[in-house]
Design a protein around this ligand. Structure first.
Ligand SMILES: Cc1cc2nc3c(=O)[nH]c(=O)nc-3n(C[C@H](O)[C@H](O)[C@H](O)COP(=O)(O)O)c2cc1C
Length: 349
C-alpha cells in the first residue's frame, strides 16, 4: 500500500527530488517486502549475451543508480541486469531540483546537467549493495566516464583509472560515447581519441587477465541516437575492430527540438520520442553486424510492446529508464514477461 502510494506521489515532485527520495528509501522498502504490493519477481528467462548469462533480457539503464546505492533493491523489482554509474574517478556534481525536466504529454525527460558521481572510492564501498543481487544471478554493469574537468584529449587516464579500480566488481563495462557535459558526441569528433581510448581499455583488460589472473570482462560501447546511418555503421566497424563486446544503442539525444518550445541545446532528451530512432539504430546495427556483436537496446522502452519491437529489430537485451519513471516498477516484470514470450515464440531459448 505504502509502496503504491509512493509510486503515485513521486511523479508529482520535481524529478531530481523524487529521484533522491527513491534512492534513499528503495533499499529498506524492498527489504520490508513492500514492493510486492505493486510488482512481482518475474520467472527467470535466461539468455547469454557477451558471454554472460543474464537471468532475463531486461536491465536498468545507466544514470538511475548512479552511485550504486541500491543495486539489490532495483534487482528486487525484477531487473536481470543493472548498469550503475556513470562512475567518474573523483566525486563531481550534485543534482538540483531543476536539473531534469519531465515533459509529461510526450513521456519524455530532458536532462540539462553534467553527470554527477560520488567517485570510484565511494562507489566501491556502495557496491556492497549489489551482493544480494549477484548471489541470485543478477548481472552488474559499470558505466564509466571521465571527470568533467578532464579535457577530452586527456580522457584515457580517467577511464583507465576507473576501469582498473572497479574491474573485479563488474560483470561488464559500458563506455558512453555521448556526453551530458558537452552535450555532444565528443569522443566521435576525433576517431583518434576514440581508437586510443578503446584500445587502451582493451590492452589494460589483457594485462589484468595475464598479470593479475582476472577473468575476461566484456566492454560495451554506448552510442548516440543522433548519428547518421553512415556514422553509425562506421562506428560499429571501429568498435568491432577494437575487440569490444557489444553496443548499447542508444543513449539520450541532443536533439530536443522535436519537443515544441524546446531549443536544440535544452539538454539531453530521453523517453518516448527516442523510441523510433532507437529501433532504427538497433535494426541498422544488427543488419550490419549480424552475430558479430550483440546490440543492447536503450531509448524509449516505455511499454512491453516496445520491448518486443526492440527484440524484433535484433536487440539481445533491453534497458529501461524513462519507462520506469512514467509507468512505475510494475513495468519491469511486464517487460521481462513480454521478452520471454517473444523469445519463446521465436525459439531463441
Ligand atoms: C537524468 C538522466 C541521466 C542519465 N545519465 C546517463 C549517464 O550518465 N550515462 C549513460 O550512459 N546514460 C545516461 N542516461 C541515459 C539513459 O541510460 C538511457 O540510455 C536514455 O535515457 C534513453 O533511455 P530511455 O528513453 O528509456 O530513458 C541518462 C538519462 C537520464 C534521463
Amino acid at each position: 500500500m505504502l509502496f503504491k502510494l509512493c509510486s503515485r506521489i513521486l511523479p508529482l515532485l520535481p524529478p531530481a527530488t523524487s529521484h533522491q527520495l527513491m534512492i534513499s528509501n528503495l533499499d529498506w522498502m524492498t527489504t520490508m517486502g513492500w514492493h510486492k504490493d505493486c510488482c512481482h519477481m518475474p520467472q527467470e528467462d535466461p539468455t547469454v549475451v557477451m558471454g554472460i548469462r543474464f537471468p532475463n533480457a531486461v536491465g536498468l539503464a545507466a544514470g538511475m543508480d548512479v552511485n550504486a546505492d541500491c543495486v539489490s533493491a532495483f534487482g528486487a523489482l525484477g531487473f536481470g541486469h543493472i548498469e550503475v554509474g556513470p562512475v567518474c574517478p573523483t566525486a563531481q556534481g550534485i543534482r538540483t531540483a531543476n536539473d531534469c525536466v519531465r515533459i509529461k504529454p510526450r513521456q519524455a525527460l530532458v536532462d540539462a546537467t553534467p553527470s554527477s558521481s560520488c567517485g570510484v572510492e565511494q562507489t566501491l564501498r556502495n557496491l556492497r549493495s549489489a551482493d544480494c543481487f549477484h548471489l541470485r544471478g543478477g548481472i552488474l554493469g559499470i558505466n564509466i566516464e571521465k571527470n568533467s574537468v578532464t579535457a577530452v584529449e586527456n580522457c584515457v587516464n580517467d577511464y583507465l583509472f576507473t576501469f582498473k579500480q572497479t574491474y573485479a566488481k563488474a560483470d561488464y563495462f559500458c563506455i558512453n560515447l555521448t556526453s551530458t557535459e558537452a552535450r555532444t558526441t565528443h569522443l566521435l569528433h576525433s576517431e583518434a581519441i576514440l581508437t586510443g581510448l578503446l584500445s587502451a581499455l582493451r590492452d589494460e583488460r589483457s594485462r589484468l587477465i595475464s598479470e593479475h589472473d582476472q577473468p575476461y570482462k566484456p566492454i560495451a560501447v554506448k552510442i548516440s541516437p543522433d548519428l547518421s546511418d553512415d556514422q553509425l555503421l562506421r562506428l560499429a566497424d571501429t568498435v568491432l575492430s577494437l575487440n569490444m563486446d557489444g553496443i548499447v544503442g542508444t543513449s539520450a539525444s541532443n536533439d530536443c527540438s522535436v519537443i515544441e518550445g524546446l531549443s536544440n541545446d535544452a539538454g539531453l532528451l530521453s523517453g518516448r520520442p527516442l523510441s523510433e530512432r532507437t529501433t532504427h539504430c538497433v535494426a541498422r546495427l544488427t543488419e550490419h553486424l549480424g552475430s558479430q556483436l550483440p546490440v543492447i537496446a536503450s531509448g524509449g522502452v516505455m511499454t512491453p510492446n516496445d520491448v518486443v519491437e526492440k527484440l524484433q529489430a535484433g536487440a539481445s537485451l533491453v534497458q529501461l529508464y524513462s519507462g520506469l519513471v512514467y509507468q512505475g516498477p510494475s513495468l519491469v516484470a511486464e517487460c521481462v514477461e513480454a521478452a520471454a514470450g517473444w523469445r519463446r515464440e521465436h525459439a531463441q531459448i
